[in-house]
Structures are given as structure tokens and as C-alpha cells.
Design a binder for this molecule. Structure first.
Ligand code: ATP
Ligand code: MG
Ligand code: MG
Ligand code: MG
Length: 579
């Protein structure tokens, strides 16, 4: 690509409304532009990286025998009514009507559509197992779209769905997908962890999230440095150790309400430091539907507070007023009040009992955390949660399910922040039962298919990669997902024919070799300093400079974006050196 034919949309100033570094750099490098809240246009530069991420995901999905399909973004309400999610999903679901008054939604996910396809297309156990995937635009009307494409409303997801005759087959595909995900995130060149995640109440169901480690992450993950144990600590999930998945997602449902108070007001009212608020949940109980239909403000609020997370945008967030809230320091306290084992310890359960929930995690030592998989016998309990200094003894990791690979080695629990970039999940028969998706088995009997689902936030990966790879000059792309891998800067091309010729020749030769070259052929009005700065901001990992001085000495200057020092490479060796 020649700079003169490209849209270089770099910006010097840091945009004031961008809080996290990836959002700032994506705007400054000219990768994205905001259209409206949570809606972004991908500029040519950003799209190049997005496509590389997609490409790697496609390759690995194909290798794992998944079949690519493309489903509609708009989905008929009937399917969602069949599974019941039309009523459970809440405000994140964008509902629309067509000209005939029929209800549709813009898909936040595609379990219903794929299961509908499977029930129509699959008839025999001989066709199983089968996995479908797509790379497609999703819409979730997030309460607080933020951090640019990291949490946008419209975003690109790779979602895959597998269908099986039995659990054993699901386990096999699940492991295959786990392996594919590991290869994918390794190929991206990112520092990541697969962690155990909430799997709801579906018996024996497994779920893993893949997290890119970064300080700006919205989740805390706990892992052991002495074993494979790793789990997501999700506060809301920790509050709902039992209860089914649909209830759990309803707990996280938030709607904007017309009657609002600022977060500061609410925090003052509660005597909680606004800085410590990490999640605000307007929780809708059993009356969810009624409220949404009537567009009444939700009367109840759960505010979950924890230490030292700076979310400036949250301050702008509006909440309904909390009347006489209770402030709990630990899950154990909640249990004491509500009684354990009811299956309704989550916010909904509390609210059904007329209690507004405030969990204040701002104290340095919040103990009695339940983290990770919410199976009774398989999570870290009673552990102290102290960020960074978290060196809780492995002894706190107890109650391992018999037969599991032991999570206990020697080592300490570490707690770090992560960005959820992927999520794999054993769905069991939840959707296939609701939609009656079955096949005939060996004996000619109807058998409900067992399902798995597997998502990757394609657009979120781009932002997460930047969170992990940047410096004061801009982005530093891992080679595999760089929009361009090599930059060429000709020095004084306007007055040197030798420089012009050599840089043109190198551009052509390297491009022909399949290298993504960015050739900065802008004229002398653009100084070399500006060209270098643009390339660094855009994160191009390798750069060469063609100059008269170098050519006279028989060399080309090479610089790696990650290294401070430049190298002089012999002109005759440069192509071999770069390929
Ligand atoms: P989160 O916990 O961040 O809200 P999720 O658990 O709701 O994510 P999933 O339903 O598991 O998301 O979807 C699969 C993947 O899609 C996630 O792992 C994430 O990478 C991506 N994703 C989800 N919501 C968004 C969003 N609003 N913007 C960008 N990517 C998203
Ligand atoms: Mg979500
Ligand atoms: Mg999540
Ligand atoms: Mg998830």
C-alpha cells in the first residue's frame, strides 16, 4: 500500500472521551471512528487488522472441522418466544417491528437460529457431530457501551454451535474447540489465560472463558502459578451460586430509566465512594416483562462496589434511587440474612424478599469469595481477595471434585485483570429441547441433540491486543495481526533518484513476496519525522529507511518497533532479512 493512496487518519491529540489506551490509540491511529454511542466505523487501517483476526479464526475453525454459515442479523421473535428468551433477555435485546407489525430482534447471539436450522436440516445420528460457525455482526444494547470497540453495541463475533448425539461427543468437540481457541490466541501473539467460568445450573456443564491479561480488563481472574487452575471471579455470578442460566442473565439485565439520579447522588446516599463502583445493576425481578412493556422505571437497584477501579464513564451513569439499601461486606453475610441453599441468593432472590443489594468490596480484605465455576465443590472459597498482593496460599483452593485433574500443585493464587475475548460453553439440551431439535438414533428413536456454543469477540480482540501492546509512541502490533507488517520510508526521495528507485524496487519485491508493506511515498511536505511518528502510532512492527547515505555505504536501515536500536543491513541481504 502506498501512503498516497491510503487514508492516513492519524491524530496527535488524545481524544478526551476515550478512557482506556486501546480506545485512545484506535482513534489516534485512524482505525475507527465513532458514529453514535457503541457504534463504530472501521476505517481502512482498522479493518486490515480486523480481517487478519478473522482470518486466523477462520483457519483454525476450518481445521477443527467447523462449517462456515452466515445467518441473518435480524431474527423473528417467534423463535425467541419458543425458547422463552424473548421474555428473559431484557434491555440488551434490540426489538424491532416490521411494517406488518411483526416482532423481530437484532441478534445478540444465534442459538435460536442455529437450532432452528439444525432441527430442519439434521435427521439422523449419522450426521452428528456437526459444528457450524459464522463471523457476523451482533447487536447488544449494552447499558454502558464503553472503551470503544471493547464494549460496543454493534460488534463482530465468531460464534460456533455444535450438535451431538450424546455427552461424550460434546466433550470431545468441546476439547477440540478449547484446543482451537488456544491456538488462535497463541497465533495472535497475545498473553491470555483460559479460565473456568460460570456454567449455570445445567448439570455437569462446562464453561471456559479466554481472557487477555490487561489492567483495563473488567473481570478479575484467579489462577494458580503451580497448576492449571484458573477461574473467573464474577461478582454477580458469585452472588448467584445456583439458579439457572436464564435467571443469571436476567440478573444482569439493566434498563435505562427516565427517573434517574446521578451515581454520585446514590453513592452519597449510601456513603460509598463513587470511585469504588465497578458495576451498577438495575435489577429487574419477576416483573421484568411488565416493566419493560410499561416502560416503568425499575424500582430496585443493586450496586456492586469494589476497590480501585477507575471507570470515569460510570460517573455519568444514571441510576434509580435506592431506598434503604443494605450494605453487605461478603457473600456469607448475604447468606446469613437470606438463608443458604435456596437457589435464590442472587440479586433477584434478594429483591424478591424486598431487599436492595449493595455489596461493598472496597475493603482491602473481602473474604469468603466464591470464584469461578459455580458448582458447589469446585471453586475457591474462603479466599481473600486482595488485588496484586494476592498471594493466597493454595490451601485455600479446596473441595476439588474427585476425578478432576488436581488443581493443587505447589504454588500461589494470582489474581489479575482480564478482558474476556472468548467463551466456550456446554449448552446441553436447553435449546434443542425448547425447539424440539432431535435426530433418529441407531434404534430409530427420537433423540434430542446435545449442544455446545463457542464465541470469540473478533472486534474486542483488536482492542485487547492494543491494551497489551503499546508504548508512549503508539500501538505495537504482533506481526500476525498487524495492519501492515513493514513500513518503508524513503529519505529525500524528491532529490535522489537512487532512493526513489531502490525504495520502489523494494516495495514491489517485498509486496510480491506477500508481505504487507506500507510504502510512505508522501512528498517532501511530509517530513521523515512525521512519517516515523505515523508508522509508530499505527503500530507497524518493522520499518526500513532507504537513504542516499545508506545506499552509498551499501546498507538499508532496519528498526523493529519493539527495540530501541536500529540495524544496518547490507542492501543485498535486506529482502532475505525481511521475509
Ligand atoms: P461480557 O461479559 O464482556 O459482557 P459476554 O459474556 O456477555 O461478554 P458472550 O455472550 O460470552 O459475551 O459472547 C462471546 C464474546 O463476544 C465475548 O467473549 C466477548 O469477547 C464478545 N463480546 C460480548 N459482548 C461484547 C460487546 N458488547 N462488545 C464487543 N465484544 C463483545
Ligand atoms: Mg455481556
Ligand atoms: Mg462475560
Ligand atoms: Mg461470556
Amino acid at each position: 500500500m502506498r501512503a498516497t493512496q491510503f487514508l492516513i487518519a492519524t491524530v496527535k491529540e488524545t481524544p478526551t472521551d476515550a478512557v482506556v489506551i486501546s480506545h485512545q490509540l484506535m482513534l489516534r491511529a485512524g482505525m475507527i471512528r465513532k458514529l453514535a454511542s457503541g457504534l463504530y466505523t472501521w476505517l481502512p487501517l482498522g479493518l486490515r487488522t480486523l480481517r487478519k483476526v478473522e482470518g486466523i479464526v477462520r483457519e483454525e475453525m476450518n481445521k477443527a472441522d467447523a462449517l462456515e454459515v452466515l445467518m441473518p442479523a435480524v431474527q423473528p421473535a417467534e423463535l425467541w418466544q419458543e425458547t422463552g428468551r424473548w421474555f428473559q433477555y431484557g434491555g440488551e435485546l434490540l426489538r424491532v417491528k416490521d411494517r406488518h407489525g411483526r416482532d423481530f430482534c437484532v441478534g445478540p447471539t444465534h442459538e435460536e437460529v442455529i437450532t432452528d436450522l439444525a432441527r430442519n436440516e439434521l435427521s439422523s445420528y449419522k450426521q452428528l457431530p456437526i459444528t457450524f460457525y459464522q463471523v457476523q455482526t451482533k447487536f447488544r444494547d449494552e447499558t454502558r457501551p464503553r472503551f470503544g470497540v471493547m464494549r460496543s453495541r454493534e460488534f463482530i463475533m465468531k460464534d460456533a454451535y455444535s450438535f451431538h448425539a450424546d455427552q461424550e461427543s460434546l466433550d470431545q468437540t468441546y476439547d477440540k474447540m478449547h484446543g482451537a481457541y488456544t491456538r488462535i490466541f497463541n497465533r495472535f501473539g497475545l498473553n491470555f489465560r483460559p479460565v473456568e467460568a460460570d456454567s449455570g445450573s445445567i448439570g455437569g456443564a462446562k464453561s471456559h472463558e479466554f481472557h487477555v491479561l490487561a489492567e483495563s480488563g473488567e473481570d478479575d481472574i484467579a489462577f494458580s502459578d503451580g497448576s492449571d487452575y484458573a477461574a473467573n471471579i464474577e461478582l454477580a455470578e458469585a452472588l448467584a451460586p445456583t439458579g439457572d442460566r436464564s435467571a443469571a442473565s436476567a440478573e444482569l439485565t439493566c434498563i435505562d430509566t427516565p427517573e434517574t439520579h446521578s451515581i454520585e447522588d446514590v453513592c452519597n446516599l449510601l456513603n460509598v465512594d463513587a470511585k469504588n463502583v465497578i458495576k451498577t445493576l438495575i435489577v429487574l425481578g419477576a416483573q421484568t416483562e411488565k416493566q419493560i412493556k410499561a416502560e416503568e422505571p425499575a424500582p430496585l437497584v443493586a450496586l456492586i462496589v469494589r476497590g480501585d477501579h477507575e471507570l470515569n464513564e460510570i460517573k455519568a451513569e444514571k441510576l434509580t434511587q435506592v431506598a434503604d439499601p443494605l450494605v453487605f461486606a461478603s457473600d456469607a453475610q448475604i447468606r446469613d440474612v437470606i438463608g443458604a441453599g435456596t437457589g435464590s441468593l442472587g440479586p433477584i432472590g434478594l429483591i424478591d424478599k424486598g431487599i436492595d443489594v449493595i455489596v461493598d468490596r472496597s475493603a482491602a480484605h473481602c473474604s469468603n469469595f466464591v470464584c469461578g465455576a459455580n458448582e458447589d465443590d469446585k471453586h475457591m472459597t474462603g479466599a481473600n481477595w486482595e488485588r496484586d498482593a494476592a498471594m493466597t496460599e493454595i490451601a485455600d483452593l479446596r473441595n476439588v471434585v474427585a476425578g478432576d485433574p488436581s488443581p493443587c500443585g505447589t504454588g500461589n493464587i494470582e489474581i489479575k485483570r482480564g478482558i474476556e475475548v472468548g467463551h466456550i460453553f456446554q449448552l446441553g439440551t436447553k435449546y434443542s429441547e425448547a425447539l424440539k431439535a432431535s435426530v433418529l438414533d441407531q434404534n430409530g428413536k427420537d433423540r434430542t441433540m446435545t449442544m455446545g456454543c463457542y464465541g470469540i469477540g473478533i472486534s474486542r480482540v483488536v482492542a485487547a491486543a492494543i491494551e497489551q501492546n503499546n508504548d508512549e509512541n503508539g500501538i505495537i502490533w504482533p506481526d500476525a495481526i498487524a495492519p501492515f507488517t513493514l513500513g518503508i520510508v524513503p529519505m529525500g526521495a524528491h532529490k535522489s533518484e537512487a532512493v526513489r528507485e531502490k525504495s520502489e524496487a523494494l516495495y514491489n519485491e517485498l509486496t510480491a513476496l506477500g508481505i504487507d508493506v506500507f510504502f510512505d511515498d508522501r512528498d517532501k511536505k511530509t517530513s521523515p519525522g512525521v512519517k516515523f511518528a505515523d508508522m509508530e502510532l499505527m503500530g507497524i512492527p518493522h520499518r526500513i529507511v532507504v537513504s542516499d547515505r545508506g545506499l552509498e555505504a551499501g546498507t538499508i536501515e532496519y528498526k523493529n518497533r519493539r527495540e530501541a536500536d536500529k540495524q544496518e543491513i547490507a542492501v543485498n541481504d535486506i529482502v532475505d532479512f525481511l521475509k
